[in-house]
Unconditional design. Structure first.
Length: 183
């Protein structure tokens, strides 16, 4: 870890990250105890908030370059799937292309510093979804990319089709109920 004029730089086996400390916050690295101490200049509300934010972000940086972060996403729906082509994640989420009967695939470019691994390329019914994992050292980048992919086809509550996180629980709704035959 390097502290240089208000910047924190952390390197490890998973990569390197750097971040600028906000004003009023200082950090020091105790190499003997291998501890990073984050302090503040005053007790104003914004400085206290920046103090906690800085401590959390530095902790995430250290965890990210040493262990890394990951999010697993599942794609539910018959015929839905995903595959990796170069630096693009191709997702088939059931949209038809311009009404010509062709299926439309989203090509999502994978940002630098992230890695995508496809575990199951195609969904087979409700019990066997297509699955992929997003990995990286920067927690914010991993979460942002996973959220952008999920936003392409959020899970709908009636049939459960769509893209969701592996630990996400979707509350299913009952469909329309037909009234008994008076009319």
């Amino acid at each position: 870890m390097i502290l240089d004029q208000g910047r924190v730089q952390v390197s490890g086996p998973k990569g390197s990250l750097d971040w600028a400390l906000p004003s009023g916050i200082h950090a020091e690295h105790d190499s003997k105890a291998n501890v990073i101490r984050v302090g503040r200049e005053n007790d104003r509300k914004q400085t206290r908030a920046n103090h906690g934010l800085s401590r959390a972000l530095i902790n995430n940086m250290v965890r990210g370059v040493s262990e890394g972060f990951q999010k697993e996403l599942h794609i539910y729906g018959t015929g839905y799937g995903c595959k990796l082509e170069g630096k693009n994640l191709q997702i088939n989420a059931g949209f038809s292309g311009l009404g010509h009967g062709r299926s439309y695939q989203f090509a999502v470019p994978v940002p630098d510093g992230l890695e995508v691994e496809v575990l199951a390329a195609a969904a087979r019914g409700e019990s066997d979804p297509a699955r992929f994992i997003v990995r990286g050292a920067d927690r914010q980048k991993v979460g942002q990319f996973a959220a952008e992919v999920r936003k392409l086809r959020p899970t709908e509550p009636y049939q459960g089709k769509g893209i969701r996180y592996s630990d996400e629980v979707v509350r299913r709704k009952a469909g329309k109920a037909f009234a008994s035959g008076s009319a």
